[in-house]
Design a protein around this ligand. Structure first.
Ligand code: SF4
Length: 257
């Protein structure tokens, strides 16, 4: 399945715990028309995070818990990001949540602590959620890519966006989280998350504020990544934050719709 034997061997030791029927259900989640997500499931076996999801050799004793899933992700060698990252960072929050937020990838702080959105962008997100009246503990927060992608500059690790191949390689883990958490509403935070969920590049300003059509059994919204607020010049920062809050408010309202 894997081009590099060491990856295959490492992966074989991971408690992936998803059998053919579970992955088949996941594929149903992505049923429909031929988007790259749906077709990608059949092509990731060359260099993806998981072998063919319908492979009958998958362990019959499939794990359904997020705890088992995290253990599997921690052992993943589906792309090269694990080699330089400190650890994998899986999603966190309520195991069954109506609202799931999907970010891009762990940042420097998240990579060190092993939890998503605990750095500066996480503080922006917490602030926005508080303004909307949503408790972080009541939702599920994850990333499209589970290992930190960065460039080393001296002692500093400079974030870089994940490549399309890295997003694709990591997608089975995101699918598995979606399958377990079963959110009614998914919010893509930024372009990488949108690419992971929608299966195509997306211009955020064109689609934010209204549901985006997808094959998912969930209502999907796209907005900016909270880190973009930090990069916005101070004169415009308040307006950018208000727009993020408004997008999250719209998504939260859709949960009860
Ligand atoms: S980024 Fe994703 S696909 Fe790549 S090694 Fe980490 S968990 Fe596996």
């Amino acid at each position: 399945m894997f081009p590099r034997a060491r990856h295959a061997k490492r992966f074989a030791t991971a408690s992936c715990g998803y059998d053919a029927s579970q992955w088949a259900e996941t594929r149903v989640l992505y049923r429909t028309n031929s988007g790259r997500l749906a077709s990608g499931l059949g092509t990731r076996s060359r260099r993806g995070a998981n072998p063919d999801p319908t492979d009958p050799s998958e362990p019959a004793s499939a794990a359904r818990s997020l705890t088992r899933l995290r253990a599997a992700v921690a052992e993943c060698r589906g792309c090269d990001l694990w080699e330089t990252a400190t650890q994998a960072v899986s999603g966190a929050g309520a195991a069954r949540a109506d609202l799931m937020l999907v970010g891009e990838e762990p940042g420097d702080r998240e990579d060190r602590q092993g939890r998503p959105f605990v750095g500066p962008a996480g503080r922006v997100l917490d602030d926005a959620l508080e303004q909307v009246g949503v408790r972080r503990s009541s939702i599920f927060v994850t990333n499209a890519v589970k290992h930190f992608a960065f460039m080393q500059r001296g002692k500093r690790r400079i974030h870089r966006p994940p490549t399309a191949d890295e997003i694709r390689a990591c997608h089975p883990w995101l699918e598995a989280e979606l399958r377990l958490v079963r959110p009614k509403v998914v919010v893509c935070l930024g372009a990488s998350a949108a690419r992971a969920i929608l299966g195509r590049p997306t211009t955020i300003r064109r689609v934010r504020g209204a549901p985006v059509e997808t094959p998912l059994d969930a209502t999907v919204f796209v907005t900016v990544h909270p880190s973009s607020i930090l990069r916005t010049d101070p004169p415009d920062r308040d307006a950018a934050m208000r727009a993020l809050v408004e997008d999250l408010r719209t998504a939260a309202a859709a949960v009860g719709a």
